[in-house]
Design a protein. Structure first.
Length: 299
């Protein structure tokens, strides 16, 4: 099928590149590749984009609106952060200079926080997408992933946020530590809930409980799927303990991949906090549409 995109929306992460051919607010085609920022040098970004979406372009230059690590220091073109408190998109996306005449590429700025020091790139677009669909919403948005974000939202602004390396710690511990010998690929919901409750109430015991996963395997033959669920529960329980000021007594939305968002929703429910789960992909796309609209108002 021949695709002629009116404009192209792009989510450029560390591991993957995702793109959607757009006709107004409607998606007419989509494509993905493994050409994330982590695999590219600065000179590789434009060829990677052409390879993925070049067939969507006609004779006239096509606007590309991108978010994520494409605007990082190690990305295609560094785009300065906007400081909180601020709306998630306080600035018009910045145009990358000197691109091929097939594209006009615009990048959504990330957000920064001075104290405590913190940054985000990509999540601000999901927040903007959520707020575009839920104007006037106040509460806390949790964005679970490799680096999970908790963002306090009030009056359509990101007031503050905090990042937890929970996902990266899980990956490192399960694949590059001594625990890799004891961790399986399955899941045990009861084991997850039990471990989460333990570390939520006693987060200072995390390091000791982690080695207990290895000892339980060596001495008792602990089921590796149970060990995997307990590892996840321990790390998320510790995160929830530290993030308590964000979620306690607040309206909470969780934006992310379905399976991971569901785990966080269940974890919060055990603390008496109802939370709604939303698709990270859908919120990213809604945010990129909102960013495109800001460009239209400038022309």
């Amino acid at each position: 099928m021949t695709v002629n995109a009116e404009w192209i929306s792009v989510d450029w992460g560390t591991s993957h590149l995702r793109a959607w051919a757009m006709d107004g607010t409607e998606v007419v085609a989509r494509a993905t590749s493994d050409n994330g920022m982590g695999q590219l040098s600065k000179d590789d970004f434009e060829p990677a984009l052409v390879e993925l979406v070049g067939d969507w372009c006609g004779s006239a230059p096509v606007d590309v609106v991108a978010c994520g690590m494409v605007g990082a220091r190690q990305g295609w073109f560094e785009v300065p952060y906007a400081a909180v408190p601020t709306t998630p998109m306080p600035k018009t996306p910045m145009r990358i200079p000197d691109t091929t005449d097939r594209f006009r590429v615009f990048v959504v700025p990330g957000l920064k926080q001075a104290k405590p020091a913190d940054v985000m790139r990509g999540e601000e677009t999901q927040i903007a997408g959520f707020l575009s669909l839920n104007p006037g919403w106040d509460g806390v948005i949790c964005l679970p992933g490799t680096h999970t974000k908790w963002a306090h939202i009030s009056a359509d602004e990101v007031v503050s946020f905090q990042t937890f390396m929970t996902g990266e710690l899980f990956n490192l511990l399960s694949t590059a530590s001594v625990l890799r010998h004891s961790i399986g690929d399955g899941w045990d919901q009861d084991a997850f809930a039990e471990a989460m409750d333990e570390t939520l109430s006693r987060p200072e015991r995390l390091a000791a409980r982690l080695f207990g996963l290895r000892a339980g395997d060596l001495l008792d033959g602990q089921d590796p799927d149970r060990a995997r669920a307990r590892l996840s529960g321990m790390l998320i329980g510790t995160e929830l303990a530290a993030a308590r000021p964000y979620w306690l007594g607040q309206q909470v939305a969780v934006i992310g991949a379905d399976a991971l968002a569901g785990i966080y929703v269940q974890a919060l429910a055990r603390q008496g906090v109802p939370a709604q789960a939303l698709s990270g992909t859908e919120m990213t796309l809604a945010g990129l549409i909102a960013a495109r609209m800001t460009l239209e108002t400038q022309t």
